[in-house]
Write a protein that binds this ligand. Structure first.
Ligand code: ARG
Ligand code: GLU
Length: 706
């Protein structure tokens, strides 16, 4: 207790009652409130240059790329820049053994060579509007949450319909501050987007998962697309008659670059942050859920990585799933460490204590934190089951396929059977009936659950690990899921017979038990009730905090809407006796080169250019070729591909990551450690121009030398 009090006292001293300088993701429409601070920090332009509805402004050049990245227009012919990892799945989709664009890169030398990407959209914000009054119209203080939701839902439908009537626009309305405020986004969605260029993987993904989330970084993480429209410059489905879009605004590109201390801002679509949650959430994430997720993903990664080292074919097979698994795995480790370093739980408790004091005589706020704790106590009882279900039960292809049989069993839609049959055929082509990697993942993840008391249904209390393991292997061997002939036979049976056969399959049986254990009984209900209550209480809590600190500017948590974050180019000290400077150069690529390690193979032509120091006007004054830089801008997932702009609003970089030591910034921001990582635009141009010889693309852009 003494130690806890001491920690709370220490945390209280560091606890920011207001947000830190540099912290925050601000709403473009309300940027006027930040203008003075931004100008004081070094910005030369105005809030209106960034967001204006009366004339073209920077916001017209910034796009939601697909459903979770950002992109930006860099020419008056609809040319878009984003990250390589944002364009990844499209680059993969168009790659074949003969034309392996993923490995070798792709550059359209003519417009005809640009490749359509069906399904890919980019979205431009036309204007946004505060619609709180309209959305909350009819909502009263004492009404039930259910009634409140119904009214809000209906209002949202009506307001969006009215706003887009007679236009080709689409409206989205989102809650801010847990539903204290609502904004409407009226968007223009472009549906003909074509791949224009991508560097080879050993440039666009140089460093791979080894360097992911890390500084110093040397990844040329960019790709290029172009937006096509109909003859009247409006979005249209793909047609060969479509023409390049003429944007209202495209970004100017500065060749001056940035130096330590320079002002920058990031303009894009951050996905999710949870800045205002209470200590329970932080504890749950950092101390309960993250360790389980990390342990279970380690099992998967070990097996996949070993397989990938064995052959090029296996590397291709697992590359993109490993990228996804490893990304969260590494981020959560950094996040938990960061929370521990900051005494995040105690820091939150200290803030809550201040709130309790302040709220003592305010009936509307007095009990909110007690109720919050009570609901978190409920949530804790069932929350790890969700983690186990997602990270263990569903970890293997085997169980994911068992889940499909389970759904067929419960749902009479014949489409499920048809698609399972088709996919199984493909699956067996790929895996030759038996995948030792997948079997090991299935066995080890279930064993882990069992050892940690999360698989009591296995009813093997007195068994040894070895016995459980043997049982799991047996399940794997006996299931129809690993026998193409038997599976096909079952899936072609009449429904009743099929259901019976599925019901006797050991894989489906163990899956059903796991499913019922994790979600069955009233567990699902308890989980969602606690969560709904917490959301509702957060609405009150944050409203209270805003009254408690009326002079602070509370930024709303990220929710995949357009935001501005600003800060400075700045190095940091990640650990004792180590200082990271703010930018990396091509020399670092050559230092990392290791032909034996896939992630560190250097593209030969890049090496040639480096040897000749053939950097053109992309070099710094010192003659170095910069690759990436770090800054104090507050960003999160979704900000990938975001333009990083200088004091004059010119493009100097493309955001693509955060530094590992600062990944707790979704929950807690620490200016000493939180840094976003951006690709230096000069390296991007150098690759397009000098490396790829696609000069025509650079010529389309507006470069500013000084
Ligand atoms: N960490 C970056 C982000 O969160 C990049 C992820 C893609 N790169 C990778 N090596 N997996 O999305
Ligand atoms: N790579 C992340 C993305 O895809 C950005 C890194 C972050 O989480 O800040 O959005």
């Amino acid at each position: 207790m003494k130690r806890l009090l001491a920690l709370i006292a220490a945390a209280l001293m560091m606890a920011p009652t207001v947000c830190h300088a540099d912290e925050g993701m601000w709403i473009p429409m309300l940027l006027g409130r930040n203008q003075a601070a931004m100008q004081k920090a070094g910005m030369h332009i105005t809030a209106q240059d960034i967001y204006d509805i009366n004339k073209a402004s920077l916001k017209d050049a910034v796009l939601l790329f697909g459903g979770g990245c950002t992109g930006e227009f860099v020419s008056d012919e609809g040319l878009v820049l984003t990250n390589h990892h944002c364009g990844y799945s499209y680059i993969v989709k168009h790659s074949t053994v003969e034309h392996d664009y993923l490995t070798n890169g792709f550059w359209a030398m003519t417009r005809e060579q640009e490749i359509p990407c069906p399904g890919l959209t980019v979205t431009r914000l036309v204007y946004m509007q505060d619609v709180t009054k309209e959305v909350l119209d009819g909502v009263t203080e004492g009404m039930s949450e259910g009634d409140r939701e119904t009214i809000i839902e209906n209002n949202i439908k009506a307001v969006s319909a009215k706003a887009t009537e007679g236009t080709h626009y689409k409206a989205v309305i989102k809650p801010f501050y847990y539903g204290n405020q609502y904004f409407m986004y009226v968007n223009e969605v472009f549906t003909d987007v074509r791949l224009v260029g991508a560097p080879p993987s050993n440039i666009g993904k140089f460093g791979g998962d080894t360097d992911n989330w890390m500084w110093p970084r040397h990844t040329g993480d960019f790709s290029m697309f172009r937006v096509y429209v109909d003859g009247s410059n409006k979005p249209a489905a793909y047609s060969k008659d479509n023409v390049p879009y003429r944007p209202l605004k495209h970004l100017e590109i500065s060749l001056k670059g940035v130096d330590e201390g320079d002002f920058t801002f990031v303009f894009g679509y951050p996905g999710t942050t949870r800045r205002y949650v209470t200590h329970d959430y932080v504890d749950l994430a950092a101390n309960q859920e993250n360790p389980v997720r990390i342990a279970l993903r380690t099992i998967r990664l070990d097996h996949y990585n070993a397989a990938m080292r064995q052959s090029a074919a296996q590397r291709l097979k697992y590359a993109s799933r490993v990228a996804g698994i490893a990304n969260g795995w590494k981020k959560w480790q950094g996040e938990s460490l960061g929370i521990e370093r900051l005494h995040g739980v105690e820091q939150k408790m200290a803030q809550e204590e201040q709130f309790r004091q302040w709220a003592k005589d305010k009936p509307q706020y007095r009990d909110v934190l007690d109720s919050m704790e009570a609901n978190y106590a409920q949530l804790r009882e069932v929350s790890l089951e969700w983690t186990y279900f997602n990270e263990a039960v569903m970890a293997s292809d085997f169980m994911q396929r068992a889940y499909r049989l389970f759904r067929i069993q419960r749902n009479s839609d014949t489409a499920l059977v048809t698609s399972m049959r088709a996919d199984s055929e493909k699956y067996f082509e790929d895996f030759d009936q038996h995948s030792p990697v997948d079997e090991a993942i299935f066995v080890e993840t279930f064993l882990y659950m069992w050892e940690h008391g999360y698989a009591p249904y296995m009813n093997l209390k007195h068994s040894t690990d070895a016995e459980v393991e043997a049982t799991l292997h047996k399940v794997y061997a006996k299931s129809i899921l690993n026998n193409p002939k038997k599976l096909e036979k079952v899936l072609s049976m009449k429904r009743e017979k099929m259901i019976h056969a599925i019901g006797t399959d050991p894989a489906v049986q163990i899956f059903s038990q796991a499913y019922n254990y994790c979600y069955g009984g009233d567990k699902r209900q308890r989980h969602s009730t606690a969560n709904d209550n917490i959301q509702r209480l957060m609405r009150t809590y944050i409203k209270g905090m805003m009254e408690q600190y009326p002079d602070s500017n509370f930024f709303p948590d990220a929710n995949l809407t357009l935001r501005v974050a600003y800060g400075h180019v700045e190095g940091f000290k990640p650990k004792d006796a180590t200082y990271y400077t703010a930018y990396s150069t091509i020399d670092g690529i050559m230092e990392k080169e290791n032909p034996d390690v896939y992630d560190y193979r250097v593209e030969p032509r890049l090496k040639e250019l480096w040897q000749k120091k053939d950097y053109g006007h992309y070099a710094t004054k010192k003659g170095e070729l910069p690759v990436a830089f770090i800054a104090t801008n507050h960003t999160t997932g979704g900000n990938s591909g975001s333009p990083v702009l200088n004091a004059d609003g010119q493009l100097v970089g493309i955001n693509f990551d955060r530094c590992w030591e600062g990944t707790m910034s979704d929950l807690l921001f620490d200016p000493a450690y939180c840094r976003n990582i951006s690709l230096d635009i000069r390296y991007c141009l150098f690759i397009i121009d000098k490396y790829a010889g696609a000069r025509h693309l650079v010529d389309e852009m507006t470069l500013v030398e000084q």
